[in-house]
Design a protein around this ligand. Structure first.
Ligand code: XIL
Length: 787
């Protein structure tokens, strides 16, 4: 490789990473695929792979993913050095393929990213330089084979004359590459298959049959072309959903792009499709500050001037009455007002990009400027008295100020006789937040006003926030998502049975059409819905339809290093640890639950279970299940243990345990002697663990049980379903002394009696030794206190 080429590669690669046409997809499609490439190195040859840069390639038997051999890629002197395989003539422009490969590294850092990329070259006269597409990346842990997998469409450049795939580590300039970036790695079982045309699974249960007893389950559709019989997405909709929302085509900019010109084609098509297929329609949306043409808010005589209050009210009335009137009796629910709250819970104004409030203001003089909302509901009600009218917003489940703002607004609207039937919770949530109980309590707060709740735009992003970089959709992520969909829909069903929740709509039916691929980060592929990019059911679907079909998701908790004293009361050191709730009910509706904490030293695992149990019975017990060698076997092997402890249980042999009564239940402390396969426990190691809290409510039978991890309740027979306990660093705790120091700019003498703690682990930034203000009875001499 010559120097100019190398320099170009360094400049172009990062750009190509951003612009690549890659669709990550971890879940395999059930559809059949023809092989384009299959290399497993089992014949002892390199099977057409060639060194990239200075790398050397050797077939070895010392490591292998499948069979007996793999390919060792060594001698790498730059991040882009690796192994390359020419596929010219096999990967033609426009071809859609699925790539998968396994990679391993055994030297260097604990974790390293290994990437699979594509290099495309162009005819000399084309004036184009080579392009580099990053297809898939795996964050591999040292010593563990990691899978790289993605769908890839060869860009349709007809002047492409060379194409190859290659493995590398993420690009860095040569002078920044560390030895960890240049590690040798192994590759194995590299396959490329042609993607078969999309086909839905006909042999799985219809989603709606599981949910019909509770609420109509709906999906947003965008674009409307998906409703053509020739498009397989329409089969997916017909099979699984009972309600449709237009993703875009019923918004004001689509229905009335210029004043008086209504465009009905797409909306008519959607309503017609729903009727033909026995689905109801949620109309979305009449009044919004977004996706509304500018003419609404400008003076018809002079577009340089804003519309007057009277002009805007007249337009509001015409728009709503024309649209709602056209579909009278055919659209069950209308999102009348969308996103009218500001982040602080007041009415959105110019700061939030809305002109509605500022122009219409307090037209009826009652002291409130929500008149545009009130009028919108009245116009909609006049146009179709049977349609249920909804006020819809986001973050109601996560932001107290928005929820409180909605409560205040709806209370006032109802008191004024405005026909508000339901509050729509958009519910653009993520795999990690908010908590299920928080969402439940937000819904119940609304239901307490006497209006219904509708979930109108549910999706569950795999990203926690907009700063997270694109990541591959791993099996773990999908199982975590499935677990959350299972819990969420469990809560939805309960709220529907209470008469609070009356409809649930997902914002998109499959990963291939999710708006979150471009929001809040453009081009960052997400995977929120229940079906994947090949329209196959994801674990999330099974989480709702039949969780027994899923492997149990492994939660992880952290054990701090330390040796708590097992005594008359739990050792103070436990207070340094975050508790983990043991509250998934596997039997009964209500009853005892617990908070668990774990610690470890070389020879023991320590457990503290603080059980909340308001009834005492002879069969009350707390069970601890442990898989010390972490082999996750599906049957009990000699190392696996089950201990039953508690006020009603006997103290198991071989461990030290104490049960003490607490004001709201009891506490179990246990010291369990452990060594891992004969060796001492080590920081960074993992054990399998689960807990079960059994509640005898006084009549000698276990009426309820709550567990931490295995919600299928097979702890006693199947250690593969336990969660993980990760052996972490030392627990630290300090005493806060009693006293009231004066905070006045002078250092109160009292502080000299307070303990000083020091933190030496930096989580971010560079260590700068400085003294922080001393407060709350502790002196803290640094910024981060690791726990
Ligand atoms: C989104 C659509 O899905 C996108 O296609 C469009 O580009 C922007 O709007 N809240 C809403 C929906 O009420 O109308 C939005 O829909 C998503 C957020």
């Amino acid at each position: 490789m010559n120097k100019i080429w190398q320099t170009l590669a360094r400049m172009i690669l990062p750009l190509a990473l951003l612009l690549s046409t890659v669709v990550p997809l971890s879940q395999a499609s059930a559809a059949a695929r023809d092989p384009v490439l299959s290399t497993d190195f089992e014949d002892g040859t390199v099977q057409g792979w060639t060194p990239r840069g200075s790398a050397s390639l050797t077939v070895v038997t010392s490591e292998k993913h499948g069979g007996a051999s793999s390919l060792l890629v060594g001698g790498r002197q730059a991040t882009w050095h690796g192994a390359s395989r020419d596929l010219t003539g096999r990967l033609d422009p426009g071809r859609k393929v699925h790539m998968s490969a396994w990679v391993l590294f055994t030297d260097g850092p604990g974790e390293q990213t290994i990437a699979l990329s594509v290099q495309r070259g162009f005819a000399p006269g084309s004036g184009k330089s080579d392009k580099y597409d990053n297809v898939a990346q795996a964050q591999a842990a040292k010593g563990v084979w990691a899978k790289l997998e993605a769908d890839y469409t060869v860009p349709a450049d007809t002047d492409m004359n060379r194409i190859s795939i290659y493995f590398e580590t993420p690009w860095k300039p040569d002078n920044q590459a560390t030895p960890g970036d240049l590690i040798p790695f192994y590759i194995d079982d590299v396959t490329i298959t042609e993607n078969a045309p999309l086909e839905i699974q006909h042999d799985i249960p219809d989603l709606h049959t599981v949910l019909d007893p509770y609420f109509p389950i709906g999906a947003a559709v965008d674009p409307v072309d998906l409703l053509n019989d020739s498009d397989v997405h329409s089969d997916l909709l017909k099979k699984h959903f009972k309600s449709l929302t237009a993703g875009n085509i019923m918004k004001p900019d689509a229905l009335q792009p210029s004043e008086g010109t209504f465009v009905w084609t797409n909306a008519d098509k959607l309503v017609q499709f729903a009727e033909t297929n026995g689905m109801l329609v949620r109309g979305h949306t009449l009044v919004w500050h977004s996706q509304i043409p500018a003419w609404f808010f400008t003076d018809p005589a002079d577009p340089g001037k804003p519309a007057t209050r009277e002009q805007l009210i007249a337009r509001l009335e015409t728009h709503i009455k024309t649209v709602v009137g056209r579909y009278k009796g055919r659209i069950a629910y209308w999102d009348v007002a969308n996103e009218v709250l500001s982040e602080s819970g007041g009415l959105r104004g110019a700061e939030g990009g809305s002109k509605w409030k500022d122009i219409i203001g307090d037209a009826d003089g009652d002291g409130f400027d929500s008149d545009y909302i009130e009028l919108a509901f009245q116009f909609a009600h006049e146009a179709d008295p049977d349609a249920k009218l909804v006020i819809n917003d986001y973050n109601l489940e996560s932001s107290m100020s928005k929820l409180n703002g909605m409560v205040t607004l709806v209370q006032r609207l109802l008191a004024k006789g405005i026909p508000v039937h339901a509050v729509g919770f958009q519910m653009h949530i993520s795999n990690s937040a908010p908590g299920i109980e928080q969402m439940r309590s937000a819904m119940e707060k609304i239901a307490a006003l006497g209006v219904k709740v509708q979930v109108t735009e549910l999706d569950m992003s795999i990203y926690a926030n907009s700063s997270e970089a694109e990541k591959p959709v791993t099996e773990d992520i999908l199982l975590e998502q499935a677990k959350r969909y299972r819990e969420l829909f469990g809560m939805f069903k309960e709220e529907a049975q209470k008469g609070y929740l009356e409809s649930v709509t997902l914002w998109g039916m499959a990963d291939d059409g999710t708006w979150l691929d471009n929001f809040p980060v453009k081009g960052r592929k997400d995977a929120p819905p229940l079906f994947d990019r090949a329209l196959q059911a994801k674990p999330a679907y099974w989480g709702i339809v039949d969780p027994s079909k899923l492997p149990v998701y492994r939660n992880a908790m952290r054990a701090a290093r330390g040796t708590p004293v097992i005594g008359a009361a739990p050792d103070k050191i436990w207070q340094a640890m975050k508790p983990t709730p043991v509250d998934q009910r596997v039997n009964g509706r209500t009853g005892a639950a617990a908070e668990a904490r774990t610690m470890w030293d070389e020879g023991h695992l320590y457990v503290l279970l603080q059980v909340k149990d308001s009834t005492r019975g002879s069969k009350d017990s707390a069970e601890i299940f442990i898989d010390p060698n972490y082999d996750k076997s599906a049957v009990y092997l000699p190392d696996d243990r089950q201990y039953t402890i508690g006020p009603g249980g006997s103290v198991p042999a071989g461990i030290q345990s104490v049960v003490t009564e607490t004001p709201d239940g009891y506490a179990v402390q246990a010291a369990i002697p452990l060594n891992k396969a004969g060796a001492a426990l080590e920081a960074g190691g993992r054990l399998g663990i689960d807990f079960r809290i059994n509640d005898d409510q006084g009549d000698g039978v276990v009426a309820s049980s709550a567990v931490w991890n295995d919600y299928t309740n097979h702890q006693s027979t199947d250690p593969s379903r336990f969660g993980d306990v990760v052996l972490g660093s030392a627990a630290k705790i300090t005493d806060a002394i009693y006293g009231s120091p004066v905070i006045d700019g002078e250092v109160d003498g009292l502080w000299n009696r307070a303990q000083s703690i020091r933190t030496e682990v930096w989580v971010q930034g560079l260590p700068v030794r400085r003294r922080l203000p001393r407060r709350h009875g502790m002196r803290i001499t640094c910024t981060s206190w690791p726990m």
